[in-house]
Design a protein around this ligand. Structure first.
Ligand SMILES: Cc1cc2nc3c(=O)[nH]c(=O)nc-3n(C[C@H](O)[C@H](O)[C@H](O)COP(=O)(O)O)c2cc1C
Ligand code: SF4
Length: 448
């Protein structure tokens, strides 16, 4: 039987007549969990979030409750909460849905998280390219403040927390948490070196700071409503809750889908309708442009609970953090890009390299120079100007970027280069050799 979505965060947002206004949210029980939270002990809320196993939805999948535990509560400095709504990873467009369609869910999640962590000042950092979202959030915060859910004396309990929207500069690196913090402080978004700058200890203005993704914070409302034990029943152990997958590219029904406990094949076929007529799947980038590509005909080795080995394909990959990692990639920001047999894989890689070269903040040499070299080499390979050894140079260079930079963006360049070459070397080599581009030159996306 075809699978269906498991709607938790988007349960009401797509219903006819539901608006981003507070009346819609209140009508479906909105802010009841904030009222409940302010009557609880903060450590009990933190305990529920930890027990829920909620993993961060921004990309790395770090457990939210563990992150909250790391916050320095003894420094005497203010603790800040930042909602990361930069959403710049290629292929990812889920946070904007939550913001545009149900902003009060995010505000409630943030206010509960603020109360749980003794935060008096919280910020939603939104990228400049999301002006509609920023306006919706500003209006929603005003509505919430007028009802006593934001600002002074929240729900009449004496708890106060200010919440503002900050519009970012529209750079990919502003999504990296320490780059974001630098940007908020009014500086260029150069990521900080960790350690010592773990935001939980030395964050905004060198004060303890929690940075969480939009989807992560929305989940907090539901954890409190359901209780950690019920919440854990959604999904798989260590992969609890739903995830909003954004599917773009060559499927019949691209879009976002909120699911839990399904396989990649179920998403691709049951929900997205399979490949376009007459086409077949060639490759999947599971979690946003930075993640390693999977060949659609690839096979993986697994172990059953009784220890017996078995082989499985892309369609059987469990669609969650651990499932995608076991197949050699990562679910990242859940921005799945689907490529069918019409795609020229070298063009796709060159297009990505153009993006990462443009977005490198320039602070570290391997990333700044390496991403430019990757852009240039892939571009000239696409335009039939490849030099002998270009592919090996590209591969070797990628091996010298990741892990040698201040922030993980080094891997954003490295992983695509290495995995595209590992999985499609023959095709890339043949194209570079024979100029088998298959596309008219003027239709290419690559800047030469
Ligand atoms: C280059 C780069 C870009 C990132 N962009 C985003 C982003 O747009 N949104 C986001 O939530 N996290 C992004 N992250 C991850 C954040 O640094 C951080 O881990 C995340 O916001 C933490 O929230 P979470 O624990 O709720 O996932 C990015 C990381 C890197 C290295
Ligand atoms: S890895 Fe790249 S993006 Fe990250 S700090 Fe270094 S130069 Fe900037």
């Amino acid at each position: 039987m075809p699978v269906s979505e498991t709607k938790l965060l988007m349960k009401y947002a797509d219903e006819p007549g539901y608006t981003p206004g507070i009346e819609s949210y209140l009508a479906v029980g909105g802010y009841e969990m904030l009222k409940k939270a302010v009557g609880m002990k903060p450590e009990d809320i933190r305990g529920e979030v930890k027990a829920s196993g909620l993993r961060g939805r921004g990309g790395a999948g770090f457990p939210c409750g563990v992150k909250w535990d790391l916050v320095d509560r003894k420094s005497g400095k203010p603790i800040y909460l930042i909602c990361n709504c930069d959403e710049s990873e290629p292929g990812t467009f889920k946070d904007r849905q939550l913001v545009h369609k149900d902003p009060h869910q995010l505000i409630e999640g943030m206010m509960i998280s603020a109360f749980a962590n003794d935060v008096k000042f919280a910020v939603i950092y939104i990228r400049e390219e999301m002006p509609k979202g920023a306006k919706i959030l500003d209006a929603a915060i005003d509505e919430a403040r007028a009802r006593g859910f934001v600002g002074s004396n929240i729900c009449g309990t004496g708890f106060s927390c200010e919440l503002i929207v900050h519009r970012g500069a529209g750079a990919y690196i502003c999504g990296e948490e320490t780059g974001l913090i630098e940007s908020l402080e009014g500086k260029r978004a150069y990521p900080r070196i960790k350690p010592p700058y773990f935001p939980a200890v030395l964050g905004l203005y060198n004060c303890p700071t929690i940075v969480n993704n939009v989807e992560t914070l929305c989940n907090v409302v539901h954890i409190l409503r359901m209780g950690a034990a019920e919440y854990c029943k959604i999904g798989r152990p260590n992969n609890t809750g739903t995830r909003l997958w954004c599917v773009s590219g060559h499927v019949q029904r691209p879009g976002y889908y909120e699911v839990a406990g399904i396989t990649m094949g179920q998403l691709l076929y049951d929900l997205c309708g399979g490949p376009l007529p007459g086409r077949s799947f060639k490759a999947i980038v599971p979690g946003g442009g930075s993640m390693k590509i999977l060949r659609y005909d690839e096979k993986f080795k697994g172990k059953k609970p009784d220890g017996a080995a078995y082989e499985y394909g892309v369609d059987d990959i469990p669609l969650d953090f651990d499932g995608v990692a076991a197949a050699g990639s990562m679910s990242g920001s859940a921005g799945m890009m689907v490529m069918d047999d019409s795609v020229d894989i070298l063009e796709a890689l060159a297009n990505l390299m153009q993006f990462y070269a443009h977005e490198s903040c320039g602070q570290c040499t391997p990333c700044r120079e390496g991403s430019q070299w990757a852009r240039k080499i892939t571009a000239r390979m696409c335009s039939s100007n490849a030099k002998p050894g270009d592919l090996d140079t590209l591969y070797d260079m990628a091996g010298n970027i990741g892990g040698r930079t201040v922030c993980p963006m080094g891997f954003s360049t490295t992983w695509p280069v290495q995995s595209y070459i590992d999985k499609f070397r023959d095709e890339i080599e043949a194209k570079a050799r024979d100029n088998r581009c298959g596309m008219p030159r003027e239709a290419r996306l690559i800047q030469k």
